[in-house]
Design a protein around this ligand. Structure first.
Ligand code: ZN
Ligand code: ZN
Length: 454
């Protein structure tokens, strides 16, 4: 019986593109008593793997916390796998507003001690004595009450790109860290103020609200389903969004736009920007905000040092990496002295700019007709030249291409010069090895698509 992934992220991305079917990014959680988490985990893996469901899921004796990507066609069948468990009957699935077929490329289900690392000893307080759950409209009403304190229970890199107006955004790198800090900060408000809390999908508040009630806070409220569900209700019911900017999410998208307000800055040049990225130096992989200009100039690196490293031969890079800790790569704490414009802690809600294309509709994306014509073979970083193999069809000067891969993302590009097997050419055909100058790094087996204008 297969209980683990057999495909790499690259192979999976390729397969998803070839199949060409729409996928849904969703999340859910449930606190429950689970006797045998290991068996629970294996049963879920078998059921979900059969449905081509992907994601990052934690299970523990205390319940389940899941972030997933499910084929739209299998959505009902997927829901049935949840209904099989009493504690998940009728469970609310938080479906993301923005969809990306590559949000998750593996099915990873891990057994943990807890589904959220909160550092709390659950035996010392009543975890079921939770705060009052609020819907978007109710949340907005309470937000307008001068007697309310609103606290963001996420980390600095999350609140930096988007948060509720007037929220306290602690300068923390983990949820565990935030609890005592907030408790200390709000000591004098336990009796009379409304403590209004929120997080990404609601799960952190489930525990935090009970903890704060135990700490003596009398009026504790939490945003039901978190920012994800808030955004859905805002859209569906036409409510004004009091959340500004982007909702940071833990998948390849790294953020979901809620309003077109940009409240963060490029960490390198200070220009209004809220696009997170990971440093292209695999040994660094720092999570930071970078604008398109800096991305091109710095080749997606966080510092001059990293830029220098990615231009070294691969063997030398591996040699340099030896002995270095590269743990928790994707969500490294996101702070570095190289980033001049990194602000954290009580971030302002000052709107610095407006995003151009707000909330892209998935149907709009599908409408762009493209055809896969080949794959990436090599990137010469010094000369910024990408090498591709044309596997089918053809390509000519002036045509637009899309280069897509799990690390590269989706990059559009117009062909203004072209070399076929090393010689300048105007067209290339099946079987040709082509090279051209390209301002961003491509990876082995990135897919090369030709964009067809209609
Ligand atoms: Zn910049
Ligand atoms: Zn770096």
């Amino acid at each position: 019986m297969q209980l683990y992934n057999t495909l790499s992220a690259e192979e999976r991305a390729q397969l998803i593109d070839e199949v060409g079917k729409e996928r849904l990014t969703l999340s859910f959680y449930a606190y429950a008593k689970i006797e045998n988490p290991k068996k629970f985990r294996d049963d879920l893996f078998i059921a979900w793997n059969a449905l081509d469901a992907l994601g990052r899921i934690y299970v523990a004796h205390e319940g389940i916390n899941a972030q997933m990507s499910v084929p739209a066609d299998n959505f009902e069948a997927f829901r049935e796998t949840l209904e099989a468990y009493d504690f998940m009957k009728g469970i609310r699935l938080n479906v993301a507003v923005e969809q990306d077929n590559h949000s998750f490329l593996k099915l990873t289900i891990k057994v943990r001690n807890k589904i959220v690392a909160d550092g709390l000893n659950d035996d010392t307080f009543d975890v079921t004595n939770k705060g009052i759950h609020l819907k978007a409209k109710e949340f907005n009403n309470l937000l307008a009450d001068p007697n309310t304190i609103v606290v963001d229970f996420r980390n600095h890199y999350e609140s930096e790109v988007g948060h509720f107006e007037g929220a306290i955004t602690p300068d923390v790198e983990s949820f565990r860290e935030s609890l005592p800090i907030i408790n200390e900060q709000l000591q004098d408000y336990k009796e009379d103020k409304n403590l209004l809390m929120y997080c990404t999908g609601g799960i952190r508040c489930e525990k935090a609200s009970a903890y704060f009630k135990h700490q003596g806070f009398k009026n504790v409220y939490q945003l039901e389903g978190g920012i994800i569900e808030y955004a859905r209700q805002v859209k569906e019911e036409g409510i004004e969004s009091k959340f500004l900017g982007k909702n940071f999410v833990f998948d390849h998208r790294l953020g979901e736009r809620i309003t077109d307000d940009i409240i963060a800055q490029c960490h390198q040049c200070g220009k209004p920007c809220d696009n997170h990225t990971n440093c292209a130096n695999d040994a660094c992989h720092l999570l930071f905000i970078q604008c398109d200009e800096c991305k091109a100039a710095m080749e997606n690196c966080c510092s001059a040092e990293c830029l220098e490293i990615i231009h070294l031969p691969l063997e030398q890079q591996v040699e340099l990496r030896k002995g270095l800790q590269v743990g928790n790569k994707i969500f490294r704490k996101g702070k570095s002295p190289a980033l001049k414009f990194k602000h954290s802690g009580n971030s302002s809600t000052q709107i610095l700019a407006k995003a151009k294309a707000a909330t892209k509709d998935i149907r709009q994306k599908i409408k762009v007709k493209k055809v896969c014509i080949g794959k990436g073979e090599h990137y010469y970083s010094k000369s910024q030249i990408g090498q591709f193999l044309i596997e089918k069809g053809d390509l000519a000067l002036g045509e637009k291409v899309l280069i897509s891969g799990p690390t590269t993302g989706k990059q559009e590009f117009t062909i203004t010069q072209l070399f076929v097997n090393g010689h300048p050419a105007e067209t290339a055909k099946e079987g040709d090895q082509i090279t051209f100058k390209i301002p961003f790094r491509i990876r082995l087996s990135d897919k090369l698509y030709k964009i067809l204008e209609d």
